[in-house]
Design a protein around this ligand. Structure first.
Ligand SMILES: Nc1ncnc2c1ncn2[C@@H]1O[C@H](COP(=O)(O)OP(=O)(O)OP(=O)(O)O)[C@@H](O)[C@H]1O
Ligand SMILES: [Mg+2]
Length: 286
């Protein structure tokens, strides 16, 4: 593994009742790289992201982030390690405001507000962190106030990133937002963690053309700022524009991988998309 490798996945496997959703795949993401996974419906893209982000455990294989093995870690720990994600169907807390939805993601990183938090895993001692958190919530400490200010600053900077869309909606509950704004809120929540790797599962699903173009512009901006991104997306124009490398999955396996232009010409890819007329059926790769 080179020093430039941020994420390395080796022989990763996950099956569901005999169905090999992810069937021994290996790939890596280098620092500052945008890597996309494409493939027909049910080819194992989301399962791959779920494995990388700790939402589910693999049946085999390894996942290494920045030199540390994470395939057995849970999602909270993986978030601390530096992977933040969004979900295919979009997940925000409907009754929380935009600002609070963004802040929610930051709670795994709190230190001054959650002293002794490691004890919370120990059954007999878990009242200690609870009492400490209660005290800090009511009385506060200089460190907890500094942390509060830092959190507010991060939330504001994420709202600023989407100023034109979320600026006026900062205190509105998520249920009152448009679908596209809910997805923006979710992306802002992930970015607030300043992740080493940003994982996005179909960020433009359900968006119209101009909303999709806006997401593309934002992805290009993140890329220019050096953000490493692992993206699953069905809109191939966007994929081909933003990606350094494209991985094509079919039936849980990687059937092609390379630069966007090379993948576009690969006959196995054309076969996966057009030959069997399923999944993206009918998408013009030319
Ligand atoms: N929790 C689960 N239990 C049982 N089967 C599952 C589960 N999650 C995924 N699968 C199956 O694994 C296969 C891969 O699913 P996955 O969601 O990874 O596909 P995908 O490539 O993301 O598809 P799409 O483009 O439709 O989002 C599918 O056959 C799916 O039905
Ligand atoms: Mg999916």
């Amino acid at each position: 593994m080179s020093a430039d490798t941020l994420l390395s996945v080796q022989k990763l496997e996950r099956h569901f009742d005999g169905l090999k959703a992810v069937d021994g795949i290996s790939f890596s993401v280098h620092r500052g790289e945008v890597v996309s996974i494409i493939g027909p419906n049910g080819s194992g893209k989301t399962t791959t992201l779920n494995l990388v982000t700790g939402a589910i455990r693999p049946n085999g294989g390894t996942i290494t982030l920045d030199g540390e093995r994470i395939e057995r870690a849970d999602s909270a720990r993986i978030a601390e390690h530096g992977i933040a994600r969004t979900f295919q169907n979009g997940r925000v807390f409907a009754t929380l405001s935009v600002a609070d939805n963004i802040e929610v993601g930051l709670h795994t990183t709190l230190r001054a507000h959650r002293p002794f938090r490691r004890l919370s895993n120990l059954f007999l001692l878990r009242w200690i962190p609870l009492l400490a958190e209660l005290y800090i919530a009511i009385v506060g400490t200089p460190a907890s106030r500094r942390e509060r200010a830092a959190i507010d600053a991060v939330v504001e900077s994420e709202i600023d990133r989407f100023e034109a869309r979320l600026g006026r909606r900062r205190d509105d509950p998520a249920y009152s937002l448009s679908y596209a704004n809910r997805r923006r809120t979710e992306i802002a929540r992930a970015l607030a963690l300043e992740p080493k790797l940003l994982v996005l599962d179909e960020p433009t699903a359900g968006m119209n053309q101009s909303e999709t173009a806006e997401v593309l512009a934002q992805l290009l901006e993140l890329k220019a700022a050096g953000q490493s991104i692992l993206l699953v997306e069905h809109k191939l124009d966007l994929v081909m524009t933003v990606s350094d490398r494209v991985i094509v999955m079919d039936g849980g396996r990687i059937i092609a991988e390379g630069r966007p232009d090379d993948v576009r010409r690969d006959t196995a890819v054309v076969e996966a998309y057009l030959g069997r007329r399923r999944g993206l059926g009918g998408v013009d790769l030319a």
